[in-house]
Design a binder for this molecule. Structure first.
Ligand code: 5AD
Length: 353
């Protein structure tokens, strides 16, 4: 593969062919020297997106049902480090009411997300899943962190379809620097468990964590290629003032879009969200993501009263938009790009293995 940085067209052609990327090339791709060629890379990824997953954009409603968290992640605004945060937790009835409201708006795919709130027992989570599946028949994605394999099995038996758990970084050293209370291998093992249990698995990374470099991002891409998750969600690191990484610079939107485009090229049939963090970092961030390989978007359908408490990073967009407004603005955003919004189950067409 071209590595001297002179013939960028040839380099992009190699990326489209999924040639192995060298560390030197990764350094180039994630350096300012590549900036004038990024648009070409995004365009190539957009073409592959059209050929593999088509023009639909899958819309999933997120319910952030608790911001209690037992973890101490150095970048995260709802980590238990943050003692100034008002904590909330929705009970069964609140969650079901929110899910029914989303159903009424046309959503058929829900993501239930929370901090690692250990006050819910596995049976409580199962009860919620069973009610949403049984009464509303919606597709259910969980995003509730690391649990024992037996609990993942119980959630799956209760009807959960998908599970989102980012590896955050494929580097054990970087992971354990920023998660002093947890181990990289446990995160990896949890992903293996989820795959084995037949979930559609979503993973992903943070782009721009202090200490990350081009070759590190290449290792992340290689890790994700091996894991072959059905979905990959990535976002820029955004410093939160109430966290140990509060004074560090944010990740760059162009590095996020570049990593997203590479994901589309190297995992061509995966589902890739245009994440809220990208929209927060850059005003057109989600639109840019949808034109650089993304095909999923996840508006917030949580009750408005929860929003201030779920600032994983500051200035998160959509704070004052209720579910209906979020839905409308997301559908308009998708239509304005000439794409087709799809509120359905959004199951990936690939065979799960
Ligand atoms: N900036 C961007 N993303 C963050 N996340 C947590 N904290 C931040 C931050 N400061 C992401 C993590 C986690 C997801 C739910 O939110 O990647 O997996």
């Amino acid at each position: 593969m071209q590595t001297d940085g002179r013939d960028h067209e040839a380099l992009i052609a190699d990326l489209v062919k999924r040639e192995r990327i060298s560390d030197e090339t990764a350094r180039l791709i994630f350096s300012p020297a590549f900036d004038e060629f990024r648009a070409r890379l995004y365009e190539a990824a957009d073409k592959v997106r059209l050929e593999t997953v088509g023009d639909e954009v899958f819309i999933r409603g997120i319910i952030e049902f608790s911001n209690y968290c037992g973890c101490q992640c150095d970048y995260c605004g709802i980590s238990s480090h943050n003692r100034e945060l008002d904590r909330y937790r929705m009970d069964f009835d609140d969650i079901l009411e929110t899910a029914s409201h989303a159903y009424g708006l046309g959503f058929r795919s829900l993501v239930l997300q929370s901090g690692e709130d250990r006050s819910y027992r596995a049976s409580d989570i199962c009860h919620i899943i069973e009610a949403i599946k049984g009464r509303l028949g919606m597709a259910v994605t969980l995003s509730i962190g690391e649990w024992p394999k037996a609990d993942y099995a119980a959630f799956r038996a209760a009807g959960a379809d998908r599970y989102l758990l980012r590896i955050e970084t494929s580097s054990q050293a970087l992971f354990e620097r920023y998660h002093r209370d947890s181990k990289w291998y446990d995160r990896h093992k949890a992903l293996m468990d989820l795959k084995e249990l037949g979930y559609q698995v979503g993973s992903g990374i943070l782009v721009g964590l202090p200490g990350q470099d081009g070759p590190g991002l290449l290792r992340d891409l290689e890790y994700l290629e091996r894991l072959r998750p059905e979905m990959v969600g990535i976002g820029p690191f955004i410093p939160h003032p109430k966290t140990p990484l509060g004074n560090q610079p944010a990740g760059l939107i162009e590095h996020c879009l570049t990593f997203l485009a590479l994901l589309r090229l190297y995992l061509p049939d995966s589902y890739l969200p245009a994440t809220t963090a990208m929209g927060t970092l850059a005003p057109q961030g989600r639109q840019m993501a949808l034109r650089a390989g993304a095909n999923v978007i996840m508006p917030n359908v949580s009750p408005l009263s929860n929003r201030p408490g779920y600032q994983i990073y500051p200035d998160k967009i959509g704070q004052s938009d209720d579910a209906e407004t979020c839905q409308r603005c997301i559908e308009d955003l998708v239509l304005a790009l000439g794409r087709k919004p799809n509120l359905g189950f959004g199951h990936i067409k690939r065979k799960i293995y």
